[in-house]
Design a protein around this ligand. Structure first.
Ligand SMILES: CC(C)(COP(=O)(O)OP(=O)(O)OC[C@H]1O[C@@H](n2cnc3c(N)ncnc32)[C@H](O)[C@@H]1OP(=O)(O)O)[C@@H](O)C(=O)NCCC(=O)NCCS
Length: 140
């Protein structure tokens, strides 16, 4: 019933439609395409009963992963889909960083993120980070 697929260039319009439906600020089309083509960024789309229900787009940095955007369409929210998408990238060996708006901060805190010195910037440290072996970052 739930499937997560890797976002490809052909999914750009699907991602854009979801951004609009969740009233997120839109990135320029060329920027997403460039990130996907140059494989600088990567994304996942979550399907619910074979229909796109949300997406996550991330940008790997040197010692972290930055979550640019995570979005679940309103009618599919609170079914655990956002958490499943997050898990897709949290279990790497880097810390994950993101910048988000105030009202979503409690959601990220529940998922294990902690506030940084800048309140809107949240960080997820996995056990590798805590051991100081490697570091990574999540979505901003
Ligand atoms: C934030 C978002 C990704 C969460 O996805 P989701 O699939 O609804 O969340 P999940 O189902 O995995 O998690 C559900 C849990 O989080 C809670 N939750 C959901 N949205 C929340 C919020 N804004 N604040 C606090 N808790 C929230 C639910 O009450 C539920 O709690 P429970 O497990 O104790 O019952 C989704 O609401 C969304 O896309 N919002 C609009 C876009 C956005 O703001 N994206 C973040 C910017 S990067």
């Amino acid at each position: 019933m739930i499937k997560i697929i890797r976002a490809k260039r052909k999914h750009f319009n699907t991602i854009r439609r979801m951004e609009i439906k969740t009233k997120l600020s839109l990135w320029p089309k060329w920027l997403y395409k460039a990130l996907l083509v140059l494989t600088i960024g990567y994304g996942f789309i979550i399907l619910y009963k074979n229909k796109p229900a949300g997406f996550l787009f991330a940008i790997p940095l040197i010692s972290s992963v930055f979550i640019h955007q995570i979005s679940i369409l309103p009618k599919y929210q609170k079914k655990g889909l956002g958490g499943k998408l997050l898990n897709k990238i949290l279990h790497n060996n880097k810390k994950t960083i993101l910048i988000t708006k105030q009202k979503v901060i409690p959601w990220y805190l529940k998922k294990g993120f902690v506030k940084s010195i800048i309140p809107q910037v949240l960080i997820y440290y996995n056990h590798h980070n805590l051991k100081g072996i490697l570091s990574a970052t999540k979505c901003v």
